[in-house]
Design a binder for this molecule. Structure first.
Ligand SMILES: *Cc1c(COP(=O)(O)O)cnc(C)c1O
Length: 375
């Protein structure tokens, strides 16, 4: 069975691939009636993902966006705080900051990662922030700078060691938006495990999918936060055989069993999917090396192993970017520009920003290419 668009020669940007036990596990959910908030696939998916990533504990959520919201709350972000992130990201990163009543501060990205730059962040903090009583404050706005959310753009890990060091120096919590980087490694270690908590997404367009879904990743030293996350994502209900007692304002953020079943099957295929995506990336890299139109393929940063979720090329200028988008889409090949910068969207237009010249440079040049798994 192929999707209808395949017959018409259309090449999508990223299609989901189901090549394993998906139907078997989904049928198990239906046959046992465990399709919702109770069922063994939820526990199994959490366990199997912990084994795969090396996390001490994982907690599933309904989406990556609400996993991010939960992660920021767990990191202690409160109403009126500021949270440093990159302008070059999917809207969910900035939205999650807003859900907490906090304000995003946009700091530039690095040329070799497309993700939050530790050097630019250190410079911005040196010019704008001070540490008092173990907390970081913005000297201009008077607000506390509680956390920082780097995003591993298209699966390419940011410079994590340096970012961890800047966060330590300035007493800022690190929350990784690893939504795009399942299977991506930094110095051999899975992304999402370098700060207080990390977030994955299993939306339909990601490397593996649960339909919709997300996950929180925790290290051994944050195991108590994981317990808290499990509690808060399940309406903060106090366990009891029949009583309905809740001890906090909780959330219905728990992933249903039917989605987790899909996740278990997808995870079994993940190593093969990443091999395939890296092979596709290698072909693009070869095709665009010394390209006559001066188109550069964006390769993984040093010391990392990227999942190459979405392949990206850098066009020489904005005119060439538009021309490339027009020609490819005219031919039924789905390509897309990178997201509009967050600071240019109406709800974040007044946000505090550092110098964003690298993000602006990428915004005028990046095009994403079809990147589906090919088996
Ligand atoms: C996909 C994605 C998310 C989470 O999205 P959901 O669709 O809610 O799972 C968050 N941040 C980034 C950068 C993403 O690409």
């Amino acid at each position: 069975m192929y999707p209808a668009y395949a017959a018409q020669g259309f090449v999508p940007l990223h299609a989901a691939t189901f090549s394993g036990n998906e139907k078997k596990y989904l049928n198990e959910c239906i046959d046992t009636t465990f399709v919702s908030s109770v069922g063994e696939f939820v526990n199994r998916f959490e366990r199997d993902m912990a084994t795969y990533t090396g996390a001490a504990r994982t907690v599933v959520c309904v989406s990556g966006t609400n996993a991010l919201h939960m992660a920021l709350m767990l990191a202690g972000v409160e109403r009126g705080d500021e949270v440093i992130t990159q302008p070059l990201t999917f809207i969910a990163t900035a939205n999650a900051i807003s859900y907490c009543g906090a304000h995003p501060v946009f700091v530039d990205v690095d040329r070799d990662t497309m993700g939050l730059s530790p050097a630019r962040m250190g410079e911005w903090l040196a010019g704008h922030a001070a540490v008092r009583d173990g907390q970081c404050y913005n000297k201009g706005t008077g607000r506390r700078i509680k956390a920082c959310v780097p995003m591993h753009t298209f699966g390419h890990p940011v410079h994590l060691d340096e970012l961890v060091a800047v966060c330590r120096e300035w007493h800022i919590e690190l929350v990784e938006d690893a939504a795009e980087s399942v299977g991506s490694l930094y110095k051999g270690r899975h992304t999402g495990l370098f700060g207080r908590v990390g977030v994955l997404s299993f939306n339909g367009n990601k490397t593996i999918t649960t339909g919709g879904g997300g996950m929180l990743l925790f290290n051994e030293e944050n195991i108590e936060l994981a317990e808290r996350a499990k509690h808060l994502t399940t309406q903060a209900k106090v366990p009891h055989r029949w009583e309905f007692v809740h001890d906090a304002v909780g959330y219905n953020y728990r992933m249903p069993n039917i989605n987790a079943a899909l996740g278990c099957a997808q995870l079994e295929c993940l190593p093969a999917y990443i091999d395939s995506k890296r092979a596709v990336a290698a072909e693009y890299a070869a095709h665009f090396s010394n390209h006559p139109a001066n188109i550069e393929f964006f390769g993984e940063p040093a010391d990392t192993r990227s999942n190459y979720w979405l392949n990206a090329v850098i066009l020489p200028d904005h005119e060439a970017q538009i021309e490339f988008l027009t020609q490819t889409n005219d031919k039924g090949v789905m390509t897309r520009p990178i997201w509009e910068l967050m600071n240019r969207l109406p709800m974040f237009a007044g946000s505090e920003c550092g110098d964003l010249s690298t993000a602006e440079w990428f915004s005028d040049r990046i095009v994403n290419l079809p990147s589906s798994v090919r088996l």
